[in-house]
Design a protein around this ligand. Structure first.
Ligand SMILES: NC(=O)c1ccc[n+]([C@@H]2O[C@H](COP(=O)([O-])OP(=O)(O)OC[C@H]3O[C@@H](n4cnc5c(N)ncnc54)[C@H](O)[C@@H]3O)[C@@H](O)[C@H]2O)c1
Length: 271
């Protein structure tokens, strides 16, 4: 392989779950900028995702799909395969949920009373959703004998959340703990990745995870100060700072890499 072809993704058809979100949209843009075609899957189509598909009608197809529903994923695969005339060659499992602002108060309360239904919901989307998308899209890749699956994990799947970051909330009288289910779901992704990397190795489907740290998104000042005080590089990530890693994992630049966890975290897990 010529070294100038290492990062070439022009022949790739990239399926991205959670395309309407902050990072999914960035991944879609970066692959479109590099000449790839994209199938964007999400439960809802955001204004940003709609605009991007208007700008790239022949190369981006947004499909409404729920990662917790196998039929819905199979339908999205069929629609995408029909439009582009081939099965996806890259899958980015990016859709996930964390505790939303509207979450019941117990969701950010003590572990001892963390709600069972919150655990089930987070596991359903973040872990079962990845499992189902791998079954549906990975099967098509294995049948075609080519594919790269990128499972988006998190620093909180490698190490515990640092609860001291949220001291500022406790100081103002709140009971606040970063909840357990998100961490458990993201660590589950790491070994689902290794399992599938071995399972599909001979079918030329590579499976890797990408563990990332917090992205600046207008969070409150106290949070940013606490977070930046904890992270070696002293700042949160910009929303486009994981694009290089997904292009690397999708392309021939990582052709000998499978079952790995690529960590892009500003040094968070180095401490
Ligand atoms: N943003 C961060 O700071 C950060 C840090 C570490 C890891 N991550 C991970 O990066 C990924 C993207 O994060 P983000 O900040 O862009 O999140 P986001 O909330 O902006 O986007 C997530 C998207 O997933 C979609 N989604 C949720 N449930 C779905 C379902 N059942 N089916 C289909 N789509 C569904 C949502 O509609 C949303 O568009 C996630 O896996 C997240 O855990 C993010």
């Amino acid at each position: 392989m010529q070294s100038d072809r290492f990062f070439d993704v022009t022949d790739e058809l990239v399926a991205i779950t959670g395309v309407s979100g902050q990072l999914g949209l960035q991944y879609a843009k970066t692959f479109l900028d590099r000449g790839a075609r994209v199938i964007g899957l999400d439960k809802v189509e955001s204004a940003g995702a709609r605009e991007l598909s208007r700008e790239n009608p022949s190369r981006l197809l947004n499909v409404t799909a729920d990662v917790t529903d196998r039929q819905s994923l199979a339908g999205a695969l069929a629609i995408g395969t029909e439009k582009f005339g081939k099965a996806p060659t890259v899958l980015i499992n990016n859709a996930a949920i964390d505790a939303p602002p509207s979450a019941p108060i117990e969701e950010n309360g003590p572990f001892e009373s963390y709600p069972e239904q919150s655990w089930d919901l987070v596991m359903e989307v973040n872990l079962k959703g990845v499992f189902l998308a791998c079954q549906v899209f990975g099967a098509a890749m294995a049948a075609a004998g080519k594919g790269s699956i990128i499972n988006i994990a998190s620093i909180y799947g490698m190490v515990s959340p640092d609860q001291s970051i949220y001291d500022y909330r406790r100081a103002r009288g709140e009971t606040f703990f970063k909840p357990v289910a998100y961490s458990a779901s993201k660590s589950g992704i790491l070994n689902l990745t290794r399992y599938l990397a071995v399972y599909w190795a001979k079918k030329h489907v590579r499976v890797n995870s990408l563990s990332i740290a917090g992205v600046f998104n207008g969070q409150e000042r106290e949070f940013i100060d606490a977070y930046c005080g904890r992270i070696p590089v002293g700042r949160m990530a910009d929303k486009d700072e994981y694009n290089g890693a997904v292009v690397f994992l999708a392309s021939a630049a990582s052709s000998y890499m499978t079952g790995a966890n690529l960590v892009v975290d500003g040094g968070w897990t180095a401490i």
